[in-house]
Ligand binder design. Structure first.
Ligand code: NAD
Length: 278
């Protein structure tokens, strides 16, 4: 757990809700309570704390809204459905969240995020940050790409694409592809194949790889054409990619450390196993 600078100034709060009626209702309830409290200042500009209302998708969107201010912002999520991976509070726990903010001492829980650098053949460079994962796919034909790990040519991949996830993203798309669930305190990336072709001629490792903090994965496409790069919930199309680099960012995402912070393994159990006892 780390502590951010807390001063006597009011805590600047941004409230970000998705379009659902229930989320908007909760947003206006929080707004009305905090508006008249001198300990808080409601503003979407330079917030200290961002409250998201919705689900994991809403938290992902808020992360991208404030991705350039990660060192000074802490997030806290209210889930309007079942418990999410990035959300500590349920919709009926708004009062509990407000109490937590009143007692806030600046404590935070921080998790690694992914940095992605796409370089095109003509030299143009596009940099992004991902909270869950990034994928590179070739839609119209088989993707053929060399996978380099720390400048070692590891394998030539043929198939639909490659996904690289953060630890917190390991339970999302990565898991659907058969990747491992990684505890978010482990500072590592995970590379998982998307429908690789494996036969007597073409060979890849087949299993997911866990890559430590300072290692770098570089994907070098072997064919010209259009590639689709996804960063969390956003998709980009690039023509003629020279390489895509993946590494852990120097910045982290910080969450408000709350008494309601659910253990990671409890979240995994709740989301994927439930109460089945057989
Ligand atoms: P969305 O909000 O519908 O999210 C899709 C689902 O992923 C939701 O059930 C959400 O709760 C869950 N999810 C998101 N982050 C998670 C996490 N870290 N751990 C466990 N579950 C998580 O759609 P969106 O807003 O476009 O979300 C984008 C995310 O959807 C992507 O980051 C990707 O991880 C996921 N996704 C999954 C698949 C798949 O599983 N086949 C395919 C595409 C995208």
């Amino acid at each position: 757990m780390t502590q951010m600078n807390i001063t006597d100034k009011p805590i600047r709060i941004a409230i970000i809700a998705n379009g659902k009626y229930q989320s908007k209702r909760i947003a206006s309830k929080i707004f009305n309570v905090l508006r008249d409290d001198p300990d808080f200042y409601l503003s979407k500009k330079n917030p200290d704390v961002v409250i998201t209302i919705g689900g994991d998708g809403m938290l992902l969107s808020a992360f991208h809204m404030y991705e350039k201010e990660l060192d000074t912002v802490r997030f806290v999520g209210i889930h309007t459905g079942h418990l999410g991976f990035y959300t500590d509070y349920r919709d009926f726990e708004v009062d509990k969240l407000i109490d937590t903010l009143r007692q806030d001492q600046g404590d935070s829980i921080s998790y690694p995020i992914l940095k992605v650098k796409v370089t095109l053949d003509d030299g143009r460079v596009y940099r992004s940050r991902a909270l869950n994962e990034a994928t590179v796919k070739r839609i119209e034909k088989t993707m053929v790409a060399d996978v380099m790990i720390n400048k070692v040519k590891f394998e030539r991949f043929r198939g639909d694409g490659i996904l690289v996830s953060t630890p917190t993203g390991s339970t999302a798309y990565n898991k659907s592809l058969g990747g491992a669930v990684l505890h978010p305190t482990i500072e590592a990336l995970q590379m998982t194949e998307i429908s690789s072709i494996n036969n007597r001629v073409f060979r890849t490792l087949g299993s997911s790889l866990i890559i430590p903090k300072d290692d770098r994965i570089v994907l070098v496409p072997k064919r010209l054409g259009t590639y689709t790069v996804s960063i969390d919930n956003k998709t980009y199309h690039h023509k003629n990619i020279a390489k895509v680099e993946f590494y852990i960012s120097n910045h982290k995402i910080h969450f408000v450390s709350t008494p309601s912070h659910t253990s990671f393994w409890a979240r995994v159990k709740d989301a994927f196993i439930g109460d089945l006892d057989s």
